[in-house]
Design a protein around this ligand. Structure first.
Ligand code: ADP
Ligand code: MG
Length: 185
């Protein structure tokens, strides 16, 4: 799959009766893709299993259908890709390639700590995208703990700052859908 989606998740398959901390109206409001035209970001924050990845893939698919270019990356894979590019002296080229899309989905940002080099590479990417391209981010951290995740160094604050500026934040809660499925079987 060209966009790199790890699985085929459709917005049509999203059950808002299970996930009640976000409404269908809120998600549908995004589907005019003004947020992409305005270079705004989406950030889905919440514990595991509440539908963050499903929603980002679903929105990404719809954006592609509407003619936008979308790329999906797991945060760790993305950072590895950037670090490798940096080692080869090709970071600029890689960032240029990534910034050709209208939206980059970064899934599971903040799940594991990153090295200083990784944070620096990520900072370059965030900078490159800032007010130029959109990011769709899923994370299990709220922004107050992001400083800790980025080890409070001088790169953390501008990363978080640039992500939140021009962002739509969605705090998701509730029961894990995975657990619900487990109890049904
Ligand atoms: P998260 O990224 O928040 O950890 P996922 O989006 O990966 O969670 O959801 C876990 C699984 O449950 C996926 O298979 C997803 O399709 C499904 N799922 C989660 N929430 C819903 C929902 N409200 N309606 C339908 N399927 C859901
Ligand atoms: Mg997920």
């Amino acid at each position: 799959r060209q966009a790199g989606f790890p699985s085929d998740k459709r917005l049509e398959g999203f059950d808002y009766r299970h996930q009640t901390t976000i409404t269908k109206r809120q998600i549908n409001a995004l589907l005019d893709f003004a947020f992409l035209d305005n270079r705004e970001n989406l950030v889905f924050i919440g514990p595991p299993g509440v539908g963050k990845t499903h929603l980002s893939i679903g929105i990404g698919q719809k954006a592609i259908e509407a003619g936008y270019r979308v790329l999906f990356r797991n945060a760790l894979d993305l950072v590895e890709e950037l670090e490798l590019a940096e080692m080869k002296g090709e970071l600029k080229k890689t960032l240029h390639k990534l910034a050709k899309v209208d939206a980059l989905v970064i899934d599971e940002l903040g799940y594991l700590p990153m090295s200083r080099q990784a944070r620096y590479a990520l900072f370059q990417l965030i900078n490159r995208f800032y007010e130029h391209r959109s990011l769709i981010i899923t994370t299990n951290k709220d922004f107050t703990s992001w400083g800790e995740f980025f080890h409070d160094d001088n790169v953390a604050v501008p990363i978080v700052d640039r992500i939140i500026h021009h962002s739509h934040l969605y705090l998701l809660g509730g029961e894990s859908y995975r657990l619900k499925q487990k109890t049904l079987s």
